[in-house]
Write a new protein. Structure first.
Length: 261
């Protein structure tokens, strides 16, 4: 198993080791060919920032988010000790930039952070992983924390709202672009493939059988692989890779695997 040590935010006890945890499921090459380029490199390998990873014995899974999703927890901040060091996505940390660390939001997700004690707001872009303290949801840059009154207190209760997603090459937040309208998420959805058929009739029978299964719904995808037309049956409705992996581990469908689209 590869180990990647990256810079990032910290608890008050010091820096952490960010250990990549590749999924145990062997993804078939046909799945990699259909996977989002935002998640996989050209050779089919998961982007480092999107792989499940382990910190202090706990696994974390980057997850699906959409514009308008909201979350709540406590915010903290990190500053001078990390200024200029590499963040988890390889950028240099700038304590005066409007950035933040989050455990599972896709990199370059833009969120509005509201301090619920004083209703002050700031907008930040996620470019790092953390904070790895159970009660904390986001680690703000010094500038962002100072803007909403968190820097002085150290922590504060906040709500997060997903506003959009910046291109990976962007180091600033283009609010005019975000304001133009709803955008697609970095990861639009997770599915579990439960069947693949050369004949449409076989796919339709399976889809009808599992049209509603344990809260998930079946769909048919008309695809081509190795110059063959294949009708694949996917179950949809999974909100994260962790949820899909848990479903597969229960053994409902032999040979099933995760699709990201």
């Amino acid at each position: 198993m590869a180990v990647i040590v990256l810079g990032g935010c910290t608890t008050k006890t010091g820096s952490y080791s960010y250990k990549s945890t590749k999924p145990s499921q062997k993804y078939p090459s046909e799945q990699l060919a259909m996977s989002s380029s935002a998640v996989y490199k050209a050779n089919g390998e998961l982007q480092a920032t999107m792989r499940p990873y382990t910190v202090m014995g706990k696994e974390y899974y980057p997850t699906v988010v959409r514009v308008g999703d909201t979350f709540s927890g406590r915010a903290s901040w990190y500053g001078n000790d990390f200024h200029g060091k590499s963040t988890s996505n390889g950028e240099g940390y700038d304590m005066y930039a409007m950035t933040a660390a989050h455990k599972t939001l896709p990199m370059n997700t833009v969120v509005r952070v509201t301090n619920t004690e004083n209703n002050a707001q700031t907008i930040v872009r996620i470019n790092d992983r953390g904070p790895f303290v159970e009660s904390r949801i986001i680690d703000l840059s010094y500038a962002a924390a100072d803007q909403i009154g968190v820097a002085r207190k150290g922590t504060a209760p906040v709500t997060l709202e997903v506003l959009g997603f910046e291109p990976s090459s962007m180091r600033t937040i283009d609010m005019a672009r975000l304001a133009k309208g709803p955008q697609q998420s970095v990861l639009s959805a997770f599915f579990v493939q439960i069947g693949s058929f050369e004949r449409f009739e076989g796919a339709m029978i399976t889809k009808q059988k599992y049209a509603s299964y344990n809260g998930y719904s079946a769909i048919i995808k008309d695809t081509e692989y190795n110059n063959k037309r294949l009708f694949r049956v996917w179950l949809g409705g999974f909100k994260s890779e962790a949820e899909a992996r848990d479903f597969i581990s229960r053994g409902y469908f032999e040979g099933s695997f995760i699709i990201r689209e």
